[in-house]
Design a protein around this ligand. Sequence first.
Ligand SMILES: Cc1ncc(COP(=O)(O)O)c(C=O)c1O
Length: 357
Amino acid sequence: MIDLRSDTVTKPTAAMRQAMAEADVGDDVIDVDPTVDRLQSLTAEILGKEAAIFMPSGTMTNQVAVRIHCKPGDELLCEAGCHIFHYEQGAFAQLSGIVARTLDGDSGVLRPEQFIGQIRPENEHLVRTRLVCLENTHNRGAGRIQPYPDVEAICQWAHGHHLRCHLDGARLFNAVAASGTEAADWAQHFDTVSVCFSKGLGAPVGSALAGSAELIQEARRHRKLFGGGMRQAGIIAAGALHALQYHRDRLHEDHANAQIIAEAVRRGEGLTLRPDTVDTNIVIFEVDPALGTAGQFAAALKQHGVWMLGVGGALVRAVTHLDVSHRDAVAAASIIPQVASGLAQGTIELPPDEPTY
Ligand SMILES: Cc1ncc(COP(=O)(O)O)c(C=O)c1O
């Protein structure tokens, strides 16, 4: 089975497992775990920030970031399809008493002019606009890279109006690999940056939040409050450290494989890429209703050895990653158009629907 559901499905490599087995550990809640410490220092260095803090998930790094930038009754501005708004159960509201105001992006990309006029005036009837969150690359935007000059302009505007800026950089290293712009250059515009080790980098667990020493000290308090203090976390941090050291340089392979999948989708009867170009490792396409629903198309592909995810409406997502080789991508690329024409011509029976995400 060629598993293209997500870049989170990877299994640790033998070298990564060895690094984890041999990790030097301590109690990171009482004082320090040396491997966590090394991971945090390297992450901060790569992102050009004073400090970083390790957490179990990207959801937690995002929510801790939102929490340290805002107070109850504050408002954040974000793109309508971003992970913080769309896929985290409205945790900013549930956990921190914050509201969100969404702006519609073009495949997740917001333009600076969309922010003009979005700050609420100081008035006791209104929430206080406090934070801008951007996502790079954008998951539901099919791995779109935010244009660098726009990121710079949006953050300059936000800081000029005394707002804070947070970057959900779960896949920032994909943006780095595809754009050639260094992580620290992207990160310099934001007060906090969250990165994930368990996506394209292939670690089993973990994310980090980076920022000033003062903000990260505050983040440590809220990580504890949200239940994310971990003791001998060096075991998992070692996998993340290995990923950070050795797996960033290979992300361009995933991007090349995604182009192979995208080309196959272009050839597929009744399939349309959304958007029509692919920047990084995520390919999203629309399935013509004549072929069945997105869930049925994904189920038919699975019967033929290619596993993708329906992601709402008629959309299906394929993500390339560490455990998908060039050969797998080529094999998947020959199956995708075959299944599409089989469904269109009725030579493949329509399978039962599958849930979408
Ligand atoms: C852009 C983005 N941010 C944050 C997350 C959350 O990461 P986690 O699944 O580790 O909570 C994801 C997960 O897919 C993501 O795609």
